[in-house]
Design a protein around this ligand. Structure first.
Ligand SMILES: [Zn+2]
Ligand SMILES: [Zn+2]
Length: 300
């Protein structure tokens, strides 16, 4: 039964990519349904300290996986790591329901290559709504642009994660539900249960994570300060940097995207970079790249 479903998914994925930028209603329905459930659930489910802690914890670890690995590693190759670590963090990031590592990084490479031109998948010139969500709700950007990510498409485990990109989020959803059931059974005074933890720990955490990540494509191209004269409207914002663990220094990043570190100034807080530095000290990653001296000087 499941294999049958997977083969349908395969057949669907294999269809030639359409170039339509029309909003595809088949893609919109599940997204709207999840937001609707989230809204209704706010009135149904209690929230305890345990629910909030799991939600915040899963937000932070997955945000780090998205910024540290989907972005700074897979899209920009700003440091190196081993095959196991690469897969582990790709799987954590994939549980954010932001598609697979190859899809994510390939589209992002096109964003840098063609920033704010018609070939930019989420050009902010097409308006806030398009750059935030419209671009992922049309057929044109559904398929993985394998030609842009050949360097990582040679790893079968990453191709698998990318093809069955629903697997990691579903696995995490089941785990949060089971954790809630266990807590209800063994620590009933915590006041949570399976559905309640599934709602807060997975659904709410994942939706906030999604919108904050997407805000780098939408808000960070229109809101904040410009330190560098780049050929685009990218901006630096402390608020976005705090929420995204460092991605808010988006003007810095468009100026020099080859650096692991995105907060060039001493006080430009970049938590993902600090965490990656720690991983580098532990030998888990290496060849971490710094911004060029003139960029840091300009910032300081
Ligand atoms: Zn950008
Ligand atoms: Zn980038």
């Amino acid at each position: 039964m499941w294999l049958q479903v997977l083969s349908w998914v395969d057949a669907y994925r294999g269809k030639p990519p359409s170039s339509s930028e029309e909003i595809a209603w088949l893609r919109v329905v599940p997204v709207v349904a999840l937001h609707f459930i989230a809204l209704i659930g706010l009135f149904i489910f209690d929230v305890t300290l345990t629910d909030a802690a799991v939600a915040v914890g899963l937000y932070l670890i997955r945000m780090f996986a998205i910024t540290g690995f989907y972005h700074r590693y897979f899209a920009h190759k700003t440091f190196k790591t081993g095959r196991v670590n690469q897969f582990f963090w790709a799987a954590v990031a994939a549980s954010s329901a932001q598609r697979g590592p190859l899809w994510w990084a390939a589209h992002h490479r096109d964003h840098h290559r063609h920033t704010e031109t018609p070939a930019d998948p989420h050009s902010s010139k097409k308006g806030f709504w398009w750059s935030h969500m419209g671009w992922i709700l049309c057929d044109k950007h559904f398929a993985t642009r394998t030609s842009q990510i050949r360097d990582f498409a040679k790893f079968p485990e990453l191709v698998w994660l990318d093809r069955f990109d629903i697997a990691a989020p579903v696995f995490l959803a089941i785990m949060t539900f089971l954790l809630g059931v266990l807590l209800e059974t063994f620590y009933p005074n915590l006041g949570t249960n399976g559905l309640q933890l599934l709602f807060w720990g997975f659904l709410i955490s994942t939706l906030i994570l999604l919108h904050v990540t997407l805000s780098i494509n939408s808000l960070a191209h229109r809101w904040g300060e410009r330190t560098f004269e780049t050929n685009d409207s990218s901006r630096n914002s402390l608020w976005l940097a705090l929420l995204t663990l460092g991605e808010g220094w988006h003007n810095n990043h468009h100026y020099y995207c080859g650096s692991t570190r995105q907060g060039f100034g001493r006080w430009q807080i970049d938590i993902s970079y600090y965490l990656l530095r720690m991983m580098s000290a532990l030998g888990l990653i290496w060849d971490v790249r710094e911004p060029p001296a003139h960029a840091v000087k300009n910032k300081a």
